[in-house]
Design a protein around this ligand. Structure first.
Ligand SMILES: Nc1nc2c(ncn2[C@@H]2O[C@H](COP(=O)(O)OP(=O)(O)OP(=O)(O)O)[C@@H](O)[C@H]2O)c(=O)[nH]1
Ligand SMILES: [Mg+2]
Length: 450
């Protein structure tokens, strides 16, 4: 990567729009902008203020009117001089603007290169840079909020104290080795163990937060199963707040899987409506039922719907049993508006897809199944990146080794190797010691212009 280059890219999505933004960053940004723009009066660059200008071709003919903003280094997105040219959102005009900048010496930016520069210039760390991508790709407001916290540095803030404690322990042992001739141990095993424990606990907790973080980022699959006509499709539509699946009074209406993503308390949940399960009436129905079982096996959570207005049947019980065996099942008694005659096990919910009664509570219950431990704690910062989780697990392994070494009174030189081993992955998370190929992998998943 050549930080001396000045880079340019269209930062708004492809296609026609009211506005389109071209961004230029680097040492020559101002000089290039001067050549491709014409200001009404002799223009003095005022940083962080907008100026009206004309985008001109080489002969000086105006192609478009633009609003130009100058972010002077180091107080810009990349920590370099940044010019944002806001033109009309026409793909030809935007491409023209980029080509003009390239003719004047700018280079087309690689995917994620603006953010990469922010990182290389020390303005943000790696978790913050990765969160920028998540923020752009968020599909629910909740995902965006989590990513925004990470852009602000929530991941690094949780890692920093753990790293600090680890460094303290390392320097304690390093100091002890220097005095080794005196044959006095500065740090007895009990002291090392006492200090190791909270570090390992903190790293473990953070690594474990990935199970929820991953759901927030990648989503969660919920299968709705049950006998025919119990109201699965009605419930599916109700949770989706949209009439997506066909509902009729004829049992066996749904023949195939229907799936759609709904936001439940902000978490993207893939809802899967399935064919009602009964002893099959024909080939198509049997195939549909097979898929219902498959969906159940694939789901993170299964909602077994029963008709609560009639006594529970043996087929209901069979399904409930199967869901329980597969892990996470939730029993929902539907049609409560017609009276409650079924006796349901504890922890079951009673709702009416028709009137909406009990649906909010069902949403809460689904959310709690996704986020055990309550949302309160979860919001204080969890990791959403598989890369972070793997590095934390690696660090944990070394911490466990260090613990064994301390227990076995192994010389501190050896124990220190384990502690450095635990430190390395932590540094790799924040980018203190990250190899170039890993950087390339991270930033190549960005879109161009970010
Ligand atoms: N009274 C009442 N009727 C409901 C309720 N939910 C669904 N129904 C009715 O029950 C019938 C079946 O609803 P569906 O949602 O199609 O049931 P399903 O489980 O998807 O049925 P299949 O796709 O055939 O397996 C329809 O006539 C619905 O209007 C409810 O909460 N109360
Ligand atoms: Mg249906």
């Amino acid at each position: 990567m050549h930080l001396r280059d000045t880079i340019v890219a269209i930062s708004t999505p492809p296609g026609h729009g009211g506005l389109g933004v071209v961004r230029i960053s680097g040492p020559d940004a101002v000089a290039i902008a001067r050549k491709i723009l014409r200001f009404p009066r002799e223009h003095a660059w005022h940083a962080w203020s907008a100026a009206l200008a004309e985008l001109v071709d080489r002969d000086g003919a105006a192609v478009d009117q633009a609003v130009v903003t100058f972010f002077e280094n180091p107080r810009s997105y990349t920590a370099e001089d940044v010019i944002e040219i806001s033109c009309h959102g026409s793909p030809v005009v935007l491409r023209f603007c980029v080509e003009r900048a390239m003719n004047e010496g700018a280079r087309l930016a690689e995917p994620g290169e603006f953010t990469l520069r922010a990182y290389l210039n020390g303005r943000i760390d790696l978790p913050q840079a990765e969160a920028v991508r998540d923020l752009i790709e968020a599909t629910t407001l909740y995902q965006a909020r989590v990513a925004a916290q990470q852009v602000e540095g929530s991941v690094s803030r949780r890692i920093a104290p753990l790293k600090e404690q680890l460094l303290e322990l390392i320097s304690l042992l390093e100091a002890g080795i220097d005095f080794a001739e005196d044959d006095i141990s500065v740090a007895p095993a009990s002291e090392i163990l006492r200090r190791l424990e909270p570090i390992a606990e903190g790293v473990q907790k953070l690594a474990a937060s990935f199970s929820f973080g991953n759901i927030v980022r990648a989503g969660f699959t919920l299968a709705i199963v049950g006998r025919p006509n119990v109201g699965k499709s009605s419930l599916f539509n109700r949770l989706l707040e949209q009439d997506r699946a066909i509902v009729t009074e004829i049992p066996g209406t749904t023949r195939d899987l229907v799936s759609e993503v709904a936001a439940i308390r902000g978490v993207p949940v893939k809802l899967v409506d399935t064919a009602g399960i009964r002893k099959g009436e024909g080939l198509v129905e049997n195939l549909g039922i097979e898929r219902s079982f498959q969906a159940m096996a694939d789901a993170d959570l299964t909602v077994v719907v029963v008709d609560v207005s009639v006594p529970i049947g043996s087929q209901d019980l069979e399904l409930i049993d199967r869901a329980k065996r597969q892990g996470r099942g939730l029993i929902v008694g539907n049609k409560s508006d017609m009276g409650v005659r079924a006796e349901l096990a504890e922890g079951s919910l009673v709702v009416s897809a028709l009137t909406g009664a009990g649906i909010e509570y069902l949403r809460d219950t689904i959310f709690n199944a996704i986020a055990p431990g309550g949302i309160g704690e979860q919001e204080t910062g969890f990791i959403t990146s598989l890369r972070h989780e793997q590095l934390l697990r690696e660090s944990l392994e070394f911490l466990a080794k260090a613990r064994h070494a301390a227990l076995a009174n192994i010389p501190h030189e050896m124990l220190l190797l384990d502690l450095y081993g635990a430190l390395r992955p932590i540094d790799a998370i924040t980018g203190a010691t990250t190899a170039d190929d890993i950087l390339n992998r991270i930033f190549s998943t960005f879109c161009i212009g970010k």
